[in-house]
Design a protein. Structure first.
Length: 282
């Protein structure tokens, strides 16, 4: 798919398993398990779908998946599986080497989004993409360094602090344009300073919504993660952006849906629902 000057591909980086109850909050299991069956430990399978945007001068990666070098305990708890796809391997299949990436945009610094931003090198964590500038919201970076007791388990500072130490982390202040086609859009329901990535031209718009709506099943308004720090803020944010998506026919990309890459949405008498699903960007 091409929008503006960018050719756009998805980059699969494997799967992980998270508790279905946590992923769907107040929604009963009898409803969410229809589309997201759980294993014996109540974990559902989630994808880790990143984006690659290529222009004549840029090769931009959006989010980085979970990365490598996790201990066996963490790997088992979160059922990490990269046997079918992995970040660098997936990039190589697209003809991209890690040192060709010019920019890495991070939606937020939870381990399943930023774990691949660094790699183990000489027994220390170092940037995976040494020639890239990394982008994160300043508010979120500050929160990630000093999270609450409620969400600190989602952050692994050794995975993102090396970016700041190397001087390649650029802090963004609110909604800004990266360029004529790419915009940072801040939401605060899931975590403070989370940013979505809007890619648009005069004809088409993609919204990489990060964890505002991690899967297609999260389009209906009440389907909000138990992980969200401010669920009522998430609710308002979903109303706002889903309304815009319906009005302007945006295609929403789901980072964590293992089956559905993207979808358009519509509004019915029962609220917002998926209109058309897409297995790939076309």
């Amino acid at each position: 798919m091409k929008i503006g000057k960018y050719k756009i591909n998805t980059v699969d980086t494997g799967t992980l398993g998270l508790d279905g109850g946590a992923m769907f909050g107040v929604i009963p299991k009898v409803l969410w398990e229809r589309t997201n069956p759980a294993d014996e430990k109540n974990r559902i399978t989630l994808g880790m779908r990143c984006l690659l945007l290529q222009s004549d001068s840029k090769k931009i990666l959006v989010d980085t998946g979970v990365g490598d070098h996790w201990d066996s305990k963490i790997s088992k708890i979160y059922r990490m599986d990269k046997s079918e796809s992995e970040l660098i391997r997936s990039l190589n299949k697209l003809g991209i080497k890690h040192d060709e990436i010019t920019d890495v945009i991070l939606t937020h610094m939870h381990f399943d989004h930023t774990g691949g931003a660094t790699k183990l090198e000489n027994d220390k964590m170092a940037p995976t993409f040494p020639n890239a500038t990394y982008y994160i919201q300043k508010e979120h970076f500050n929160w990630a360094k000093n999270p609450s007791d409620r969400d600190k388990a989602s952050f692994f500072p050794e995975r993102f602090l090396p970016l700041a130490e190397k001087g390649i982390l650029k802090l963004i202040n609110g909604n800004e344009n990266f360029d004529d086609n790419i915009q940072f859009m801040v939401t605060n329901g899931h975590t403070f300073g989370h940013q979505m990535i809007k890619i648009s031209d005069s004809s088409n718009t993609l919204l990489y919504c990060g964890d505002l709506m991690p899967t297609a099943s999260h389009v209906p308004l009440p389907y909000i993660m138990g992980y969200d720090l401010q669920p009522l803020v998430t609710l308002d944010e979903k109303k706002k952006y889903l309304s815009e998506a319906v009005e302007e026919n945006w295609r929403i990309i789901f980072e964590h849906d293992p089956f559905t890459t993207a979808a358009t949405v519509t509004k019915t008498g029962k609220g917002f629902v998926v209109k058309e699903k897409f297995d790939e960007l076309i």
